[in-house]
Design a protein around this ligand. Structure first.
Ligand SMILES: O=C([O-])CC(=O)C(=O)O
Length: 161
């Protein structure tokens, strides 16, 4: 399904339906993409101030997945900018959740992509490829595994364990 046919799921309504069988990430992410409600199967990356894996992963077919990047909460460098975000759109990713920073906020806000991140920083990341793909990541006490269903909107992030 594409964005036009996927119904927008409201996380508060979903929580009311399913309750604590879903984990809720309490950390306050900002909603920075042009798509405010997004969901899909998670893929994961753990990295620290190095975004080569983010770039290469978002250049592969997303098939409606949500890339969850645990950048260790660092706001010291941007893990995604508008070019990487455009590549995510072109490759069919539903969205990207970054426990860290992005840059090019204004351009990213116009893209048909869900983006949740802690904030922004114009400083770019290293490109050495340090990090791991499809490992379990823990964000604010919530474990997110590749393949887990995840729902995001301006209220927050829900994850199926
Ligand atoms: O290349 C980077 O590090 C991020 C960036 O600026 C972009 O995606 O446009």
């Amino acid at each position: 399904m594409n964005a036009a046919t996927t119904p927008a799921i409201n996380t508060a309504d979903l929580y009311d339906e399913r309750g604590d069988e879903l984990a809720s990430v309490a950390l306050q992410f900002q909603s920075l993409g042009g798509r405010t409600h997004f969901s899909g199967q998670a893929r994961t990356i753990r990295c620290f101030q190095d975004n080569a894996l983010v770039k290469s992963t978002l250049a592969t077919p997303g098939n409606g997945s949500v890339l969850v990047v645990d950048g260790g909460g660092s706001l010291g460098t941007a893990l995604m900018g508008d070019m990487i975000a455009e590549s995510a759109v072109a490759n069919g990713w539903a969205g990207v959740v970054i426990n860290g920073a992005i840059r090019d906020r204004e351009a990213i806000a116009k893209l048909d992509l869900g983006v949740k991140a802690l904030g922004s920083n114009p400083r770019k990341s290293a490109k050495a490829g340090a990090g791991e793909v499809d490992v379990d990541v823990v964000i604010d006490g919530v474990t997110i595994r590749t393949g887990a269903q995840i729902w995001c909107d301006p209220d927050g992030i829900l994850v199926e364990p």
